[in-house]
Design a protein around this ligand. Structure first.
Ligand code: NDP
Ligand code: 2IT
Length: 450
C-alpha cells in the first residue's frame, strides 16, 4: 500500500470529480510520511476512511419565482467526518456547485476545523441555485424550500452549517427562520446569525481578518510586516472585503478587487472610504465591481474567458490574497507573481491555487499558506459562536477578536512545528495537512472501526 494506491482508488471511485481528486492528491502527498511512521494508521485505513463521506445527502429543491414560474434546483449536504465534533462547514449557492466541489470543500474542512483547536467535524453543503439577479422574496422562497429538506439532517449537536459563496447574512436569516419554524425550537443550528438573534460579533469580519493576522505571523518569521506592503486581493465578497479592511488597519496597501466580470486596479490604494463604497455596492446594492472603477477613475479589466491566465496576478506586488474561488491562480499566474518578486501568497478562498502553481511558488521561496490554515478564522469564529450559544452568553467584539488573534497565531505555530518535525521546515502546506490529519486520525483510532 502506498500513497499512489490510495490516490488511484480515489480516482477510480470518483471518476467525475476533478476538484475532489485535486484536494485529495494534495493531502495524500503531504500526509503519506505520517502514515509510514505509523503503520497502524495504514492498517486501520484511516486515510481511506477520511476520503469517504460519512453521509452524503442530495435532494430536490422546488420553488416559485415572483412571476409564478416553477424552478427545480439541486440541494446537497456532505457530512464528511465527525470524529472530533459535529459536522461544521458552510453552504454555497452558486451555479457551479456540484458533488465534486462540495466534497473537496467538506474534505478540506476536516483538517481546517481540526487546526482551529475547537471540536468541530467537517461538512459542506449548498445548491446550484444562483442568487444573482433574484429578488429578496425569491431568495427567501428558495431558502425556505432548501431548509424544508435540510432541516431533517442537521441540528446544533449534529451538523451546523454557515455561509460561503452566495450565502451571507441575508440567506442565513431566511434559513434560520425556516429551521426554527419547522423544528419549533431556537438553537444555534447555523452560524453567521444576526447579532440580535444569537450571532457572534466579529463572525462577519473573521475570515478576512484572520487571513491577514495569519499573513502577519508569516511575515514576522522574516522580521517583516504587512505595513507598507502592496497587496493584490481577488474577490469582493465577504472574505475579500474584510481582508482589505485589515490590510488598511495594519498600514498595507490593497490595490485590486474583483468579481466574476473582472477586476479593478486602484494603484493609489483602496482607502477606508472607498472600501465603504465597495461594501455598499456589493452587500446592499448587489452591483458589479466596474462601478468602483467608474466612480474612482481607476482601471477596470474585464475577465476574458479566453485568457489562459488572470492579468490581476501580473500586477507587481509584495503579497497576494486570492479570496474569490477555487483554481483562480494557475501555473502562468504563479510564474507572473514570482517574476514580479512576490514575497507571500495567503489563501483566503478554498483551494484557489492549483497544485502546479503552489509548487512554483514554494520552489521560488514565496511564503505560501493554504486556505485550510489561513482562512480558518471564519470557521473558528463560528466555533466561538457555537460556544456562546451553548453557554447562553455573548462576548464583546474585543473578546472575540482577541480569541481570533490567538487562534490564528496558534494555527501558525502548529503548522510550522509539524512541518519541521517532518523535515519540511517553513512549508505551511505540509504542516497544515499533517497537523490536521494527526488530530483527526488519533480520534478515529481511539473510536474504533466505525
Ligand atoms: P462571497 O459570495 O461573499 O464572494 C465571492 C466573491 O468571489 C465575489 O466577488 C464573486 O463574484 C467572486 N466569485 C465567486 N465565484 C467566482 C467565479 N467562479 N469566478 C470569479 N469570481 C468568482 O463569498 P465569500 O467571500 O464568503 O467566499 C470567497 C471564498 O472564500 C470561497 O472560496 C469560500 O469558500 C472561501 N471561504 C469563505 C469563508 C466565509 O466565512 N465566508 C470562510 C473560509 C473560506 P460575483 O459576485 O461576480 O459572483
Ligand atoms: O470554508 C469555510 O471555512 C467556511 N465557509 C466557513 C464555515 C463555517 O462553518 O463557518
Amino acid at each position: 500500500m502506498s500513497g499512489h494506491d490510495i490516490l488511484d482508488l480515489v480516482k477510480q471511485r470518483n471518476p467525475n470529480e476533478p476538484e475532489f481528486i485535486q484536494a485529495a492528491e494534495e493531502v495524500i502527498t503531504s500526509v503519506w510520511p505520517v502514515l509510514e511512521r505509523n503503520p497502524e494508521f495504514i492498517r486501520l485505513r484511516l486515510l481511506e476512511r477520511m476520503l469517504e463521506p460519512e453521509r452524503q445527502i442530495s435532494f430536490r429543491v422546488t420553488w416559485l419565482d415572483d412571476k409564478g414560474n416553477v424552478h427545480v434546483n439541486r440541494g446537497y449536504r456532505v457530512q464528511m467526518n465527525s470524529a472530533i465534533g459535529p459536522y461544521k462547514g458552510g453552504l454555497r449557492f452558486h451555479p457551479s456547485v456540484t458533488p465534486s466541489v462540495l466534497k473537496f470543500l467538506a474534505f478540506e474542512q476536516i483538517f481546517k476545523n481540526a487546526l482551529t483547536g475547537i471540536p468541530m467535524g467537517g461538512g459542506k453543503g449548498g445548491s446550484d441555485f444562483n442568487p444573482k439577479g433574484k429578488s429578496d422574496d425569491e431568495v427567501m422562497k428558495f431558502c425556505q424550500a432548501f431548509m424544508g429538506e435540510l432541516a431533517r439532517h442537521i441540528s446544533h449537536r449534529l451538523d451546523v452549517p454557515a455561509g460561503d459563496i452566495g450565502v451571507g447574512g441575508r440567506e442565513i436569516g431566511y434559513l434560520f427562520g425556516a429551521y426554527k419554524k419547522i423544528k419549533n425550537e431556537f438553537t444555534g443550528v447555523l452560524t453567521g446569525k444576526g447579532i440580535g438573534w444569537g450571532g457572534s460579533l466579529i463572525r462577519t469580519e473573521a475570515t478576512g481578518y484572520g487571513l491577514i493576522y495569519f499573513a502577519e505571523n508569516m511575515l514576522q518569521e522574516k522580521k517583516e510586516s504587512i505595513k507598507d506592503k502592496t497587496c493584490l486581493v481577488s474577490g469582493s465578497g465577504n472574505v475579500a472585503q474584510y481582508a482589505i479592511e485589515k490590510i488598511i488597519h495594519l498600514g498595507g496597501k490593497a490595490v485590486t478587487a474583483s468579481d466574476s466580470d473582472g477586476f479593478i486596479y486602484d494603484a493609489a490604494g483602496i482607502t477606508k472610504d472607498k472600501l465603504e463604497f465597495l461594501k455598499d455596492l456589493k452587500n446592499n446594492r448587489r452591483g458589479r465591481i466596474k462601478e468602483y472603477a467608474d466612480k474612482y477613475k481607476c482601471e477596470f479589466h474585464a475577465l476574458d474567458a479566453k485568457h489562459d491566465h488572470n492579468p490581476l496576478w501580473s500586477i507587481k506586488a509584495d503579497c497576494a490574497f486570492p479570496c474569490a474561488t477555487q483554481n483562480e491562480v494557475n501555473e502562468k499566474d504563479a510564474n507572473n507573481l514570482v517574476k514580479n518578486g512576490l514575497k507571500l501568497l495567503g489563501e483566503g478562498a478554498n483551494m484557489p491555487t492549483t497544485i502546479d502553481a503552489i509548487n512554483i511558488l514554494i520552489d521560488h521561496g514565496v511564503m505560501y499558506s493554504p486556505g485550510k490554515a489561513s482562512n480558518a478564522g471564519g470557521v473558528a469564529t463560528s466555533g466561538l459562536e457555537m460556544t456562546q450559544n451553548y453557554m447562553g452568553t455573548k462576548w464583546t467584539s474585543e473578546e472575540v477578536d482577541a480569541r481570533l488573534v490567538g487562534i490564528m497565531k496558534n494555527i501558525h505555530q502548529t503548522c510550522l512545528a509539524a512541518a519541521k518535525e517532518y523535515g519540511k521546515p517553513g512549508n505551511y502546506l505540509v504542516g497544515a495537512n499533517i497537523a490536521g490529519f494527526l488530530k483527526v486520525a488519533k480520534a478515529m483510532q481511539a473510536q474504533g472501526v466505525v
